[in-house]
Each structure stands twice: as C-alpha cells, then as structure tokens.
Design a protein around this ligand. Structure first.
Ligand code: GDP
Length: 529
C-alpha cells in the first residue's frame, strides 16, 4: 500500500456550484483538459435539463445516463488527485445538490459576469456558508460585456453574505478584454481569444509600477489597472489561507471558461490552497481522515440504467482510513457486515474496479437495496454520520395505485425511489393515504416513468393543497396542548419515512395560526433538529 498520509495529502474533493448557464460544464471540461483526463473540448456532457423537456421521457432517461457518467470526475494534476462531484444546477434537483455538498471538502462558485449573483447561486452558497465550506469564486464570461469588477464583488458580498478578496483582476472586459493580472502569482496573462494559446504565455510583473506593464497593455489600461488594484487593496482584506479554510474569506478569480482563459490560474491556486479531506462530525464524535480505521457514508444512490437488473450504485465518500475491496464492513443502520467485490473508482471518462481507496475518494458500491442516503459504513464501530437533512418539499400530490394487481411492486418501487432521495413520502395519520412531496414538478413524471419501467407498477396522482411540510417536536408529548393539536389537526398530520410526525400546512396563514396557538410545539423546516 502506498503511504497513507501521502495519499491523503494529495486529495482534493470539491464541487462546482452555479446557477444554470453560468458555465459550470464548460469550466469542468477545461479543468479536465488540464489534467489530461480528456483529449478535447465537448467530452463532458452537460447534465442540464433543457427547458420544455419535462414531458420528454427519453430526455429524462438520457439525463439519468449522463448524470451517472458525470457524478464523480476524478483526475490528476501536478500529482494532486482531484475529485469533482457533480451538482445538478436545475432547481428541481436542488436536494440532490444539497446532499452532494455534504461530501465535498470545498467548492468553486461560478458566476456569470453579466448576470451576477443568481437565485440558485444564492441558495447553494447559503448551504455552503452554513457549513463553513471553503469557497473560491470564479467570475466567468469576461469576454462578454458585463458588470464592473467592483460592482460585482460588492454584489457577491451583499447577496451571498461573503467576505471576498480578488486574487486575479480583469483588465477591461467584453470587446476590450485584455487579460488578467494574477495577484496571487504576480503576473499578467494576455487574452488573445484563442483557447489553444500556450498556457505558459504569462508574463511576470512583480512590480506594478514597472513600465513593462505600459508596454504590454498600453498606458491608459496600465494606469487604470494600477488605480483599481490600489483601490482593491484598500477595500478588500489580504488573502489569508486559514480564513479561507475556515470559510470566512473567499478568494475571487476572473476568466473565461469557454476561452480556457484564467482557468489555469484558478486551478493552480486551487491545488495549493484547497483543503485536503476534512474531519467529519458524527453523532458520536468527530472523525479525522488520518484515523487508520475506515469510515464513510452514502451521499447519493443511483439506480442502474438497466431496468431488468434492479441493482443500484451507492456513492460512498471515504472519511477516514482506507477502503479495501473484499473486506467486510459494518453497515451501521442494519448492523450487518457487507463485503464489496467490485467497488468502482471514478475517472473522467470511465469507472474502474479499485482495490484500495483513500479519504476524499468516492467509491461506487453495487447495492441490491441495502443502502439509504445517509448510511454509515465502518470497520465495526457503531458510528452514525450526521444525517443529511430533508427540506420541506415544494409540491405535494396523493399517489394512487392504478393497477391493483401490482400493489406490491408499487410499494417496493416507491420505497426504493425514496431511499434514492428522488422525493419524500408522507403517510397520512388519518387514513393511511400516501403523499409524495418533491422539490420540482419534474420529479412526479420521473417517478411515474420509473415505477412503470423499473418496477412494472402504474400510478396516478391527485392534487392536494399543501403549502409546506414541517417536522413536529413536542416539548411534552403527554401535554393537553399536544393532545389537542393532534386531535384538531389530525387531517393535516402525517408520518415521514422515518416515522417522524409532520404537519402539512395548507397555507402560510394556517401554519402561522397553528404555531401561535400551540407555543409549546416546535415546527421545524428540516427533518434534522
Ligand atoms: P452550466 O449550465 O453552468 O453548466 O453552463 P455551460 O457550461 O453549459 O455554459 C452555458 C453557456 O455559456 C454555453 O453556451 C457556453 O458555451 C457559454 N459559456 C461558457 N463559458 C463562457 C465564456 O467564458 N464566455 C462566453 N462567451 N460563453 C461562455
């Protein structure tokens, strides 16, 4: 076995987050090109759901195929093992992204220079901020007219509640985009608009007052750059790696992914500052990556594309120790030992059976239905990684069985799809009716289609007016207040898959009224409290 510590130290596992169309796919592709992991542009398929594709099942299937292929992209660059975890940008799959963010050690946030901070960026960054995940910001599409750098940095601070400091600075933009000054490396990279331009073409300028700068970009641009950099120095804090690692300072880079410009600078800085695998909290204790015993958790489950085999691929992030093929590990929730004969490691264009994996790595384990999202694997210790919270769904519908002969298949299908995290299931206390809650309307079609094609079951939906699901916590379950609540609100009470009590409020107003009426009861907006 290679030196464990060395393998640990050279791993960087991160996610790229952005609003759709900001350039996540393009940036991913350029990063892979630097790693020599792919040979040409266009090799990385976007996992975007195109507008209007909602009823196109072929499209859904195609997307599922792509999302397996691009779930984890591993490559090497300058002897660093980089794992990119794919996060769907489409808001209907936001939960998937939230879950994936529990497995990254840092993120890169891509922002479109013209559009600035957009809705999905705000939501995803908030999740990262709450968890103190180190973030680097990449402002993309500098070859287009967009917002002024200061305005944009300001917007990022205001809307995303971050503290930024530029590590590169644009010289002009759009039609006048001349290049970037790399504050981190103290050099200038001139923009030619040719993506194949030799990446070594940067010009050292350690002294900004030197006339070399004027010769390079012209007097006017040089003076403007000097002024703006001076101003920036006054406004923004100096870069501090520890503050970045604590999630308190976010360095910013400028570039154009499409033109492969500014990406090398981003990547070189990334490998030198981004964290190696971070310790992780479990219910019992904090686990450090350098511990010699293996631990890991499932953050994503993907159903096999072949409907005749109902096996699934569970994505496990290794938190500590080494994961070895054919070694028995404890599946803590089921208290069962499991062995994996063919764990997969992920590379840019393929997955391969792997004998040993290290902290930071993701292994894909074939599963016939043992795993749920959030499950922990260990060498024997009864350890439970902090669950991955469910958020209140946005859309709710009754699900009905459309083929009485297939009720078993339907139940099994629903069960497994919920384990995969496609949607959430609620069972009404009053009559046992089943309600599916999803983040986006698209999931209902995905579920219906998959139930039929993978489980041979048919379902129909019925509309239901629910504004939000809130998880209920009673101070005292025996109190008169709680009994009164349960009696009067019985129509609105359901159990989630774990058996936790949920209140399905039909409007904002009724939720507020109910909260006011029962002050000793807590109404939580996520399942973990
Ligand atoms: P994603 O939805 O975030 O994955 O975005 P994509 O990578 O698919 O990019 C969305 C669109 O923006 C595509 O048409 C890209 O070609 C384009 N794009 C990406 N980067 C740049 C850039 O640096 N400059 C310009 N002009 N277009 C870009």
């Amino acid at each position: 076995m290679k030196s464990f510590q060395k393998e640990l130290n050279r791993r960087r596992t991160f996610g790229i987050i952005s609003h759709p169309d900001a350039g996540k796919t393009t940036l991913t592709e350029k990063l892979l090109l630097f790693g020599g992991a792919i040979q040409e542009a266009g090799a990385v398929k976007s996992n975007k759901i195109k507008k209007g594709a909602t009823s196109d099942f072929m499209e859904i299937e195609r997307q599922r195929g792509i999302s397996v292929a691009t779930s984890v992209l591993g490559f090497e660059y300058k002897d660093i093992k980089i794992n990119i975890l794919d996060t769907p940008g489409h808001k209907d799959f936001a939960e998937d992204t939230f879950r994936t963010l529990t497995a990254v050690d840092s993120v890169i946030v891509v922002i479109d220079v013209a559009k600035g901070v957009e809705e999905q960026t705000e939501k995803l960054v908030e999740v990262c901020r709450m968890r103190n995940i180190p973030m680097i910001v990449f402002i993309n599409k500098m070859d287009r007219e967009g917002k002024d750098a200061f305005e944009l940095l300001d917007e990022i601070e205001q809307k995303l509640n971050l503290t930024v400091t530029p590590l590169s600075y644009p010289i002009g933009m759009g039609y006048d985009f001349k290049g970037i000054y790399n504050i981190w490396e103290k050099n200038v990279n001139l923009f030619t608009g040719d993506p194949r331009k030799d990446i070594e073409d940067t010009i050292e300028i350690s002294d900004l007052t030197s006339s070399e700068l004027d010769d390079l970009i012209g007097d006017e641009a040089a003076n403007e750059l000097r002024e703006e950099l001076e101003l920036a120095q006054g406004v923004y804090p100096e870069f501090d790696k520890d503050a970045y690692l604590r999630g308190q300072l976010q360095p910013v880079f400028f570039g154009s992914a499409l033109n492969n410009f500014g990406v090398r600078e981003l990547l070189d800085c990334f490998i030198s500052i981004a964290p190696t695998p971070r310790p992780k909290e479990s219910e019992e204790r904090i686990v450090k990556p350098e511990e010699d015993k293996f631990t890991g958790f499932v953050f994503k489950i993907h159903a096999n594309m072949d409907p005749r085999h109902r096996d699934r691929l569970a994505f496990v992030k290794i938190v500590s120790g080494t994961f070895e093929r054919n070694k028995p590990y404890l599946h803590v929730r089921n208290d069962k030992k499991l062995k994996f004969a063919s764990p997969n490691a992920f590379f840019a264009e393929k997955k391969e059976i792997v004998d040993v994996s290290y902290p930071g790595d993701i292994v894909g384990l074939h599963d016939t239905g043992n795993f749920k999202i959030g499950d922990t694997l260990t060498e024997g210790e009864a350890l439970n990684y902090r669950g991955i919270p469910s958020f209140s769904p946005e859309h709710f519908r009754y699900i009905n069985n459309a083929d009485p002969m297939k009720s078993k298949q339907l139940a099994k299908g629903i069960d497994q799809l919920m384990d995969e995290g496609v949607a959430q299931l609620f069972t009404l206390e009053l009559n046992g009716r089943k309600i599916i809650g999803t983040v986006g309307a698209l999931q209902f079609e995905v579920i219906q289609y998959r139930l039929e094609h993978e489980y041979g079951a048919k379902c129909t939906y019925e509309n239901l007016n629910v504004h939000k699901a809130t998880w209920i916590e009673a101070e005292d379950e025996k109190s008169e207040e709680f009994k009164d609540f349960k009696r009067l609100k019985s129509k609105f009470l359901a159990k989630d898959k774990k058996g936790q009590l949920v209140f399905l409020a039909d409007s904002q107003f009724s939720l507020q009224m109910t909260r006011d009426k029962y002050p000793s009861i807590k109404f939580h907006f996520t399942s973990e409290f």
